[in-house]
Design a protein around this ligand. Structure first.
Ligand code: SAM
Ligand code: SF4
Length: 320
């Protein structure tokens, strides 16, 4: 894995470290030490950071968390980003629980796409995986979005061996009659000492799907990230693979991460970050902040994942 040759143009913004779920693969032991409100970037600070990053090439934004819809008035942030910064696209990754009541407001504000995390089609299993009995709410939102073609939708699935890997074919089948992209994300262990699920590689998932549905057809247009997309012959939707663990996409990685507490990370796996909140709050000049960002992006181009984990983190803090 060598030097990156890709333009950094995509920013994941975590707007909160709070969440209304406790997914066993993300926050298995709960979390009580949430950031105090004053430590979270304000909307103005997020917009300011994005404005600076626009000049460094950022033009795609994904809002994430924690659960982004736990952040009050999120539509105000989206509107500000749309009006005050220059973005080609603003998307959001959510668990979908609070989405139905908010979606039209968010779209009016400028939201272009949504990813919903849904790891099972079974109600009881949903509760086991997430801690809350909310499957019906989330799935009815998914169905409404698809039947009314409300907004382009992707479904994110993290497969856990022995827990939901018997649903691989069901998710693939869902793409046949629905214009949706179903994406299998390889489970990534963030703290090996506490919890570990055996990895189910993207290639194994693909093999299983092909066994049932025939050879998958590669999709021509590659999206804005590490997913490799295919479709079942004649299906309306697509199937994506995000091979976080087995894939080697460092060279083509185009993203930076801004955490809720205002740190920019060049990579999920890198311990390096710059504290943009501190800089903004201490009146550091924009030119100087840009210089730090330049260095971070330069380092990113030379960074590729190491065999040994360099830092531990909680996925909900990093925005996934
Ligand atoms: N709460 C929102 C949600 O669940 O969609 C957004 C934040 S969540 C941290 C972002 C993404 O990270 C989700 O698609 C989630 O499934 C994924 N994720 C969380 N923990 C993960 C893990 N250990 N391995 C792989 N993906 C993970
Ligand atoms: Fe919350 Fe998303 Fe993490 Fe689940 S994956 S605990 S919904 S932040």
């Amino acid at each position: 894995m060598g030097k990156s040759d890709t333009m950094v143009n995509y920013l994941r913004i975590s707007v909160t470290d709070r969440c209304n779920l406790r997914c066993i693969y993300c926050m298995p032991y709960g979390k009580n030490n949430f950031l105090p409100a004053r430590e979270i970037l304000t909307f103005e600070e997020i917009v300011k950071t994005v404005m600076i990053l626009n000049r460094k090439g950022i033009e795609y934004i994904r809002i994430t968390g924690g659960e982004p819809l736990m952040r009050r008035n999120l539509e105000v942030l989206i509107k500000k980003l749309k009006e005050e910064t220059s973005q080609k696209e603003i998307s959001m990754t959510t668990n979908g629980i609070l989405l139905d009541g908010k979606l039209s407001q968010l779209m009016e504000a400028g939201l272009d796409r949504v990813n919903i995390s849904l790891n099972t089609f079974k109600r009881n299993r949903y509760e086991q995986l997430t801690g809350l009995d909310k499957f019906e709410e989330v799935f009815s939102t998914v169905k409404r979005i698809l039947s009314e073609s409300v907004i382009p939708l992707k479904i994110n699935i993290v497969l856990l061996k022995g827990i939901n890997d018997d649903e691989i074919e069901d998710f693939a089948d869902f793409t046949i009659n629905n214009k949706v992209c179903v994406r299998f994300i390889e489970y990534f262990s963030t703290d090996n000492s506490k919890l570990h699920f055996e990895l189910i590689s993207g290639s194994l998932v693909k093999e299983k799907i092909e066994k049932k549905f025939g050879e998958l057809i590669p999709c021509e247009v590659r999206g804005n990230g590490p997913a490799i997309n295919y479709r079942i012959n004649n299906a309306q939707g697509q199937i994506g693979f995000i091979n976080t663990v087995t894939g080697n996409f460092c060279r083509s990685c185009n993203r930076l991460r801004l955490t809720a507490e205002g740190k920019i990370y060049p990579c999920l796996l890198s311990p390096r970050s710059i504290d943009v909140k501190n800089m903004l709050r201490n009146g550091i000049k924009e030119e100087k902040i840009k210089m730090y960002m330049d260095n971070l992006i330069f380092e990113k181009h030379n960074y590729s994942k190491k065999r040994v984990r360099e830092h531990e983190f909680v996925m909900s803090d990093m925005g996934g």
